[in-house]
Design a protein around this ligand. Structure first.
Ligand SMILES: [Zn+2]
Length: 412
């Protein structure tokens, strides 16, 4: 029945399209060079649609001056330079962004009765990912070129900006010159940077912060920290950072995370994810008290308590009194202490909690898994930079609920 219904639909669609492609034009078709183009008769094009293939006839126009051609019908239907309808491209992009390209092909066959190849799904999904990236890049440039005025009406109580890195497995040529963690110094992955922005307006009865539902948006790419800085800053601007009463930057203690916070969000409260801070304290305990399991555990609990209370100085002071004699151990212990000292203002957890703020970067870490890991880090996968960035762009757009914005921008 589905096959028959689709065939009937395709027939009706053919008739509708014929009128669109060849009907009389009210306005002259003008070339880019400014000349009025002349009709050159009708050309046929086979379009793949979600109802199956349809033959479509449309007028061809040519410029008498520069010979350029245009098909106004294709422009109206958003099928310039492609034989796939927007509806089909949309389905293929979604299928290719959700799962492997082979799974995407199978899903389209089972759910929609469409016959496409895995390679087609890949090509279309990546092509659309790239188009989305240039669309959002354009939007970002436009936002960043506008003067930012601090808004008198601050209607966003707290805006969170949080970002992190996660490794994406790449093909060999994409790894040339990349330093990695393999024993010989080579890498198997490159770092994708993912950022999110979300809003908090309230706390629960116990004073714990609540993230406003549906307010989380994601941006990401495999790129330098510097380039990514403008990406996440642009996203914060798009989300109205000027209207936020308070801005919080949440991240791990990585150097680039801190640098971007200082450069782009100097007004923000900068917080190191509590769980990363705890990890560092645990590590310090292992170095200092590792020989005595029980004592180490007691110390760890005590210092975690200090950390929760925001008393980082206490930990530092006590640790400095018990530095090991072994020079190697001493060096690592001193490095951990320096980390705590350098970041102590970003570890005032009691204070942050009293203000009803989040102190964990769970949202962006979950994002690294759902936006990137689930699709790009499956076993056996190897990506090109181009392919990975296209799919990351597509998935960020999808997880930010912005797919409709994108498709609508194409119609306008
Ligand atoms: Zn011309």
């Amino acid at each position: 029945m589905r096959v028959v219904v689709m065939a009937c639909g395709a027939k009706v669609l053919t008739e509708i399209l014929a009128e669109l492609g060849t009907g009389r034009r009210e306005e002259a078709v003008v070339c880019r060079c400014g000349h009025r183009m002349e009709s050159q008769g009708i050309r046929r094009k086979e379009l793949m649609t979600i109802l199956g293939p349809v033959v479509y006839e449309r007028s061809r126009f040519q410029c008498p001056s520069c010979q350029a051609t245009r098909y106004p019908g294709d422009e109206a239907l958003d099928v310039v330079g492609t034989t796939r309808s927007p509806g089909l491209r949309r389905m293929m992009a979604r299928a290719g962004s959700q799962s492997t390209f082979k799974d995407g092909r199978d899903d389209l066959h089972i759910y929609a009765g469409l016959e496409v190849s895995a390679k087609d799904v890949e090509r279309v999904a990546e092509g659309i990912g790239q188009q989305m990236e240039s669309w959002s890049e354009q939007e970002r440039q436009e936002i960043l070129s506008r003067e930012e005025h601090p808004e008198p009406e601050k209607d966003i109580p707290v805006m969170y900006v949080s970002y992190d890195g996660t490794g994406v497995p790449m093909t060999r040529p994409e790894l040339a010159g990349v330093k990695g963690k393999q024993p010989d110094g080579t890498a198997k992955t490159r770092e994708a940077k993912l950022g999110c922005v979300f809003i908090q307006t309230s706390v629960d009865e116990e004073g714990f912060p609540i993230r406003d539902p549906e307010t989380t948006s994601f941006v990401g790419a495999i790129e330098t920290a510097e380039t990514f800085g403008w990406r996440i800053y642009g996203e914060a601007r798009r989300r109205g950072v000027a209207r936020a009463r308070r801005v919080v930057v949440l991240g791990d203690g990585a150097e680039w995370v801190k640098n971007l916070a200082e450069m782009h969000f100097p007004q923000a409260i900068s917080i190191i994810d509590l769980y990363h801070a705890r990890e560092h304290v645990s590590q310090l305990c292992r170095i200092l008290f590792g020989s005595d399991e029980k004592w180490m555990e007691r110390r760890r609990q005590r210092w975690w308590g200090n950390l929760d209370a925001g008393q980082v100085e206490k930990i530092i002071l006590q640790a400095r009194h018990v530095l090991p004699d072994n020079p190697e151990l001493r060096k690592t212990a001193v490095a951990e202490i320096q980390y705590l000292d350098k970041n102590k203002e970003r570890m005032r957890y009691a204070e942050f909690r009293a203000q009803g703020l989040f102190v964990g970067s769970g949202v962006v870490e979950a994002g690294c898994k759902t936006v990137i890991g689930q699709r790009l880090k499956q076993s056996g996968m190897e990506w090109t930079l181009r392919g990975a960035n296209a799919i990351i762009a597509l998935r960020c757009m999808m997880k930010s609920n912005r797919l409709e914005d994108y498709w609508e921008s194409r119609v306008a």
